[in-house]
Ligand binder design. Sequence first.
Ligand code: F1P
Length: 344
Amino acid sequence: MQYTYREILTQTEAWQQALEKVQAQASSLQALWQDRPFRGVLFVGCGSTYYLARAAAAFFRAHVGHMALALPGGEVMLYPDSAYPNRVPGPTLLVAISRSGTTTETVRAVEAFLRADRGTVLAFTNHPESPLAQLAHAVVSIEAGQEQSVVQTRSFASMYVATTAWTLTLAGKSDLLQAMAHLPAAGQDLLARYEETMRSLAGQAWSLVFVLGSDFRHGLAQEIALKLQETSLTPALAYPFLDFRHGPKSLVEPGVLVVGMLSPSQQGWERPVLHEAASMGAHTLALGPAGADVVFPQAVPEPLQGVLYLPLLQLLAYYRALAKGLNPDRPRNLTAVVRLEGDG
Ligand code: F1P
């Protein structure tokens, strides 16, 4: 046992490789984007990598300034006409995200997209020899993100860093790109400073965990909720901060934990949501700006902070599993890859 733990603790090495890989491919990735007048950008993944796709699509909209959608692989496989409408003139860029590069829905969605000649496929994966990598026009593969754990930890973070660096490369934001070099050290520093905080928080029997995050952080919040579900069998739900008030807060009571992935720029709106949850009896954990329970290095600009939320909240799920006598390396009912029958 313990490979999940080791993979969480060493993930900043995979972040570093993600940065190096994107940098090495920068000119070809820019050429791929400039090569065709893409009318649509569609991010696709399954489970964890669907949530990554949602976070990456929001970040892409904000920094490249182009509309972008994220959908689960199964939806694109079954409903292509609503995924990439055939009356939208012009090619679509399909960004396929998959740790294994083998998940049936993602691979079949890409195959159908290519058969219909609807555009270009860019893959982000940890396995360069995978079926997805063979199908794509271009591949960013972060082998250092490969893992033995069934649930995604360093793989997810490595691909998230890669999509972030790719987006900033297309956007020509070299200042932010250069600042990404500080992320691995910042991640290691946070793990050293706050692992114990996560372990003690995980010792409490939470009946339900809310993970709140907005903009690109919402996809990351959904991923953390999934980590808590998969790893520790804890009921967990993710919402954008302000939407939490529109119904979900009715579930708040003592024994509920509310995790807030605060944004420096909008914390003035977000912190009151946490205060309101606390007034209803919830325990809260705030991450990010100065004054939060977990404080990020202020030197890391807000757009780059997304990956910094992951290691500690992955540890929260990991330690919650241990506290419940579960084995994080063998999550109930799960396999590392979902292969559908008749899938070759
Ligand atoms: C995605 C997946 C997720 C699941 C778990 C294991 O596979 O199966 O659906 O939540 O994290 O990975 P992949 O397409 O990213 O390999």
